[in-house]
Design a protein around this ligand. Sequence first.
Ligand SMILES: [Zn+2]
Ligand SMILES: [Zn+2]
Ligand SMILES: [Zn+2]
Length: 230
Amino acid sequence: MIIQAVSTIGMLCSHCGKLQLKTLSVFSFVHLGKNSFICTCGTPLLTLISFESKKIGIEYSCIYCGTPHHLVTRRELIWGEQPLRLGCSDKELPVGYIGPESRVMELCTEIKKNFVRLASELTSDQEDLDVMTDDFFVVYGVIEILGRLVERKKLGCKCGNHNLTVEILPESVELICDLCKAMGIIYTDNKDILRILEQMGAITLEENEMRIINDSLKGNHRKNIITEVE
Ligand SMILES: [Zn+2]
Ligand SMILES: [Zn+2]
Ligand SMILES: [Zn+2]
């Protein structure tokens, strides 16, 4: 088995949703017995702790559930040739990988592709997908929750329309009722919206009105609204 001196960690931050790439050196790890990594936004990403002989425990925060997951693996699997998958046990989806840099980059692109595929099932407009930024995982989460609401018939407009148009924009997802003029705006530049949507259970637009789903979270949302109205 080939052991490499450094491994790359590619992981999505559970708070800001951005992809983070970190370098993990086998030498500093053996020396310290512990390594923690933090996202550029300041949120902890993952911690590796060595215990017993050649075993390593990994605790990583999960973008889907917001709670940490744990994994115990062997040291050679972290610095081996095959990327190690950090998954969400609940959603059965990867949140990151540890392994050789090129493979990790490739797999992270794969995560993004899967997302684009999932998103395209909900939005028929290909142009929507071109505006994807690094925040795409927040967008993904929002689209996924909306999908569940649609299945349970919990997404609609007071005018009686349950078939809302979903449009993905750089900083928001818009819900549009084509029967009246109702519109809903979900800001996706903050991951907190995922928790809010989970708690809501249903979204009903007010007939002919514009509804901001999460304006109370960040002050700059109000600024955004004003510029949009202008
Ligand atoms: Zn972050
Ligand atoms: Zn999870
Ligand atoms: Zn309507």
